[in-house]
Every structure is written in structure tokens, then in C-alpha cells.
Design a binder for this molecule. Structure first.
Ligand code: SAH
Ligand code: SF4
Ligand code: F3S
Length: 499
């Protein structure tokens, strides 16, 4: 079959973007595009972009800048910008990088194959964008952002055994610092029947773990045939899908962490005991400025409910340091919250003022960069010490791990080709990792509570649940060795596995 040329795609940003890239690649491969990890060999280059912090945008613009000469040498090349920065900057992208051919927003991904064809045929620029949040009624704006979930492409997944499933698009929370409500549009939940059939398809392709995605995933609500489905109902609905062993969902909004959801996590064994529920800050005044809609007392109450209903549940958080008006005292309150809640891990970000957001309109970005940096490092050190202490509690115990494949170190050592993945941290392509199929490698996987575990074993274990004895740890990783349970004369004992 004649092919449509080689496609290179680069993805930054969150899991939503990773999923979008998978879907766009799926659609383009159907049209006989061949995926390449060599940008120089590509006929079509796509950047799936993120606008959440300025740094992420800078990186893309400088990469686009570097392609100016490539475009001159290869006039047939089509360069496209998709994702959040495309929706946010729109035609400005052509001003800053005139050799870009197409710009497609997050709600217009289905248009990309056509736009590439047209742009190549006519050598004219193409755009496909959704409406701005103030450019029409809520329904009109919502209608201009399409959920795009048709073709799945296994090769683009975090691992062959894990897949993202979008359950909602957009965000209506409007935290004052955040571009996402603008770049992703109004919050819209997908119908449960569609989600269930997608999960079944994925299970049929060998997926063991599904990660349900939404910007505020626990705000999910959809009425189908007169019945209201909340996230807890959706979890019950997909729980018994044959082949699916684990279900996770990210990211949660603290105010929507309802008791029915926590009870579903408690009662449904395949649902992981792991909740990512960002606090963002530990000080009420800052939370108010951020328009997060809860106080620290509310967050504490939520944590107490989590601890009571789902004992042993791992909780992780996000924090912003150096937000407008953050005093040293306010910062210390975030530190206190971390000490109190003992998060499994926290993603820590220096505040980045985003044009068009309320915070940027109303307040000056008044915490100096070196103070932001210092606070970031202090917080990271505190979180790391807590993570390491809590990980140490696992030493001497046996945990169940869903093996994802060779560890980062093993991939590096054996030069595993990781094609076009934004986050190759635990990427592993099905098949033979550089001819090492029969050898023991360092493998990685996660526990039910999302802790990363590394251990030696045969890569064939990828995709299966294994028992691992933990004997050491770092702040981010548990280190162990595989055990096997042999049943002899009715007595169970444990043996190290020898391959
Ligand atoms: N929808 C998710 C996360 C969205 S963005 C949620 O609400 O939890 C991921 C993280 O980036 C946020 O949790 C926040 O901590 C951080 N973030 C968002 N906007 C930011 C900004 N302007 N500067 C710095 N960090 C930001
Ligand atoms: Fe951004 Fe807030 Fe929505 Fe999260 S909940 S995406 S931080 S506006
Ligand atoms: Fe970035 Fe858009 Fe995700 S701004 S964090 S890629 S929703």
C-alpha cells in the first residue's frame, strides 16, 4: 500500500495530551502515515503543545524556530501545531513561526488529517479552532469543542498494558492562575455507554490497566436514559470488564471528593487505592485568591474521610509556590499541610503568570524568581523526606505489582527504541527489547497504591501481576525481588524465582 509519508509527533503536557497524540497517530496511520522517531526523516511534523506554564510554550517556540531551515530545504514538509497552545495562541503562532502550516486546537483533532492534506496540496495555511469562552453561549462554545476518541493506537501508550480513557473534556473551575478552561473549553462528560465500550475494546487489545482522565475527573456526571451516572457509578459499570485488572482515575478536585466515590474505591477491588487530589496551597487567603473553592479545613475534612473510608490509600498532590502575594508565612502553611497530610508525592510548580487568566489581570507576579526557586527546593526536600520515610515502611513486606516492562535504567542500557513518546519514563514497546527477551532485566511496575517498584526479572512478565519482596527504597521507588508461592503438601512457602 502506498504510504502517505513519515510522521513525527512530539508531545508535551499532561496525560490528556498523551491520549490526544495517540488518537491523532491512530487516525493518521489509518491513512497510511508511517510513524518515525527521526524528525529529519519526517514529511509531517506535529507538536502537541501545553500552555500551563510559560516554559512549556518557550520550548515549543524554540523548537519551531529551529525548523525554519528544514522547511526551506524540504518544501514538501508540513509542520503542524496542535493542542493547548494552538487553541490559546491561534494565528499568533504563524506570526512567531511563519513556516508553520497548520494550527489545530484541542477540540478540533478530527480535522488534522484533512488539514495536512489540504496544506500539502495547496501550500496554504490551515487552522481549526474552537470558540473562546466568551465567544458564544455555553452550549455554542461547548459544541465547538469535540471530544475525539475514535481510533486507538497501542504503540503510543505508556505501556502496552495501560491505556488512558477520557471520561470528560474541559474544565469549569476557572482557578485564577490556570489556562485550561480556555484551552480545553467547557466541562463535558462522555456518555457511560461509550466509555464502557471503549474499555471493552481496550481489554480486547490486551490492556490490563485503564486510567480514566478528566481535568476534574471526580466532577464526572452524565445522564443517560434518564439515569444519572457519577464517577462512582461509572467505576461500578466498568469494574467487571473481563481482562481489566486495575482502574485508576486522575485528576481529582478536592471539593468533589464525595463519600460515594470513596466507598466505590473501598468496595471495588480493581480500583486502585490511589487518589491524586491537588491541594495547590496550604493557606486560606492564597486558596481564595486562586479561587479553588475550598478552605484548608475543608481539605482536612476530606483527608480525614479518605483515611477513614479507604485506609492505606495513597494520596498525592500538586502545589504552586510563589503565587501572587505569597508571603513566607503563607508558604510555610503549605509546608505544614505537606507534613500533616504526608502525601505519597507532590508535583511542585513555580507560579507562572499566564496572560488572559484572572490572576494575571488582577495581581502582579510579585514573588521574585529566586524566592520561587528556593521555596520550590525547600518543598521538594520536605516532600522527598516524607516520601522516603513512608516508602521505608514497605521494607520487609510483599507487594503486588503490575509489571509494566523494563525500567528506565534497563531501557537506557539496552537502547530500547522509544518512538515518539512524550514521557518515556516507563515506556516499553511490546516485543523484543533489543534482543534481550530471554535475559533478566531490571523491570518496573506499580503497586495498587501507585508506588513505583523495580526488580529483576524476565521481560515476559510485562503485563502480569507479580509479587515482590521489598528490601530497600528511595523517595520515589521501592526496590525488591520477585517471589513465587509454591504450594507443597498444603504448606505455602516463598522462593526466589530463577530464570
Ligand atoms: N486539572 C488538574 C491539573 C491541571 S494543570 C487539577 O486541577 O488538578 C496541572 C497542575 O499545574 C495544576 O494542578 C497546578 O498545580 C499547576 N499549574 C496550573 N497553572 C499553573 C500556573 N499558571 N503556574 C504554575 N503552575 C500551574
Ligand atoms: Fe485548572 Fe483549576 Fe481546572 Fe485544574 S481545576 S484544570 S487547576 S482551572
Ligand atoms: Fe497543558 Fe493543556 Fe494539559 S495546558 S497541562 S496540555 S490540558
Amino acid at each position: 500500500m502506498s504510504h502517505n509519508g513519515k510522521l513525527y509527533i512530539e508531545t508535551v503536557g499532561c496525560q490528556m495530551n498523551m491520549l490526544d497524540s495517540e488518537l491523532v497517530v491512530g487516525a493518521l496511520r489509518q491513512k497510511n502515515y508511517e510513524l518515525t522517531s527521526d524528525i529529519k526523516a519526517a514529511d509531517t511534523i506535529l507538536f502537541n503543545t501545553c500552555s500551563v506554564r510559560e516554559h512549556a510554550e518557550h520550548k515549543i517556540y524554540s523548537q519551531l524556530g529551529r525548523l525554519k531551515f528544514a522547511k526551506r530545504q524540504r518544501p514538501n514538509l508540513v509542520i503542524g501545531v496542535m493542542g493547548c497552545m494552538a487553541q490559546k495562541d491561534q494565528e499568533l503562532i504563524f506570526d512567531r513561526a511563519p513556516h508553520v502550516d497548520l494550527v489545530a486546537g484541542t477540540g478540533q483533532l478530527a480535522e488534522i488529517p484533512r488539514l495536512i492534506d489540504e496544506s500539502r496540496a495547496t501550500r496554504e495555511r490551515r487552522t481549526a479552532l474552537s470558540l473562546g469562552r466568551r465567544d458564544g453561549s455555553r452550549d455554542e462554545v461547548a459544541g465547538s469543542f469535540e471530544s475525539y476518541d475514535p481510533l486507538r493506537d497501542p504503540e503510543m501508550r505508556p505501556s502496552p498494558y495501560q491505556a488512558f480513557v477520557r471520561i470528560m473534556i474541559g474544565c469549569d473551575k476557572f482557578c485564577t492562575y490556570c489556562v485550561v478552561p480556555a484551552t480545553r473549553g467547557p466541562e463535558q462528560s462522555r456518555p457511560p455507554s461509550q466509555i464502557l465500550s471503549e474499555v471493552r475494546t481496550l481489554a480486547g487489545q490486551g490492556v490490563k490497566e485503564v486510567i480514566l482522565l478528566g481535568q476534574t475527573v471526580n466532577s464526572y456526571r452524565h445522564t443517560e436514559n434518564g439515569q444519572l451516572f457519577r464517577l462512582s457509578d461509572l467505576l461500578s459499570l466498568i469494574h467487571d470488564t473481563p481482562g481489566i485488572e486495575r482502574i485508576k482515575f486522575v485528576t481529582n478536585y478536592p471539593k468533589d471528593m464525595t463519600t460515594d466515590l470513596l466507598e466505590a474505591v473501598r468496595d471495588l477491588p480493581k480500583v486502585c487505592r490511589y487518589l491524586h487530589v491537588p491541594a495547590q496551597h496550604g493557606c486560606d487567603e492564597q486558596l481564595k485568591r486562586m479561587k479553588r473553592g475550598y478552605t484548608i479545613a475543608d481539605y482536612r475534612e476530606m483527608m480525614a474521610r479518605i483515611r477513614e473510608i479507604v485506609p492505606g490509600c495513597a494520596v498525592s498532590s500538586d502545589f504552586i509556590v510563589g503565587f501572587c502575594g505569597e508571603t513566607e508565612e503563607a508558604f510555610q502553611k503549605s509546608m505544614d499541610l505537606i507534613r500533616e497530610c504526608r502525601f505519597k508525592n507532590s508535583f511542585i510548580f513555580k507560579y507562572s503568570a499566564r496572560p488572559g487568566t484572572k490572576a494575571d489581570d488582577l495581581w502582579s507576579d510579585d514573588v521574585p524568581e529566586d524566592v520561587k526557586k528556593w521555596r520550590n527546593n525547600e518543598m521538594l526536600a520536605l516532600q522527598n523526606s516524607i516520601s522516603e520515610e513512608d516508602n521505608a515502611d514497605f521494607i520487609g513486606s510483599t507487594v503486588t505489582v503490575l509489571c509494566e516492562g523494563p525500567s528506565k535504567a534497563a531501557l537506557k542500557k539496552y537502547g530500547q527504541p522509544v518512538e515518539n513518546r512524550s514521557d518515556s519514563s516507563n515506556a516499553f514497546t511490546a516485543g523484543n527489547p533489543a534482543g534481550t527477551e530471554t535475559h533478566k532485566l531490571q523491570l518496573m511496575g506499580r503497586t495498587d497504591c501507585d508506588r513505583i517498584v523495580v526488580f529483576d526479572g524476565n521481560p515476559r512478565l510485562s503485563g502480569s501481576l507479580v509479587e515482590v519482596d521489598i528490601h530497600d527504597c528511595t523517595p520515589t521507588t521501592l526496590l525488591g525481588s520477585i517471589v513465587t508461592h509454591a504450594l507443597t503438601h498444603g504448606m505455602e512457602f516463598t522462593l526466589p524465582v530463577v530464570f
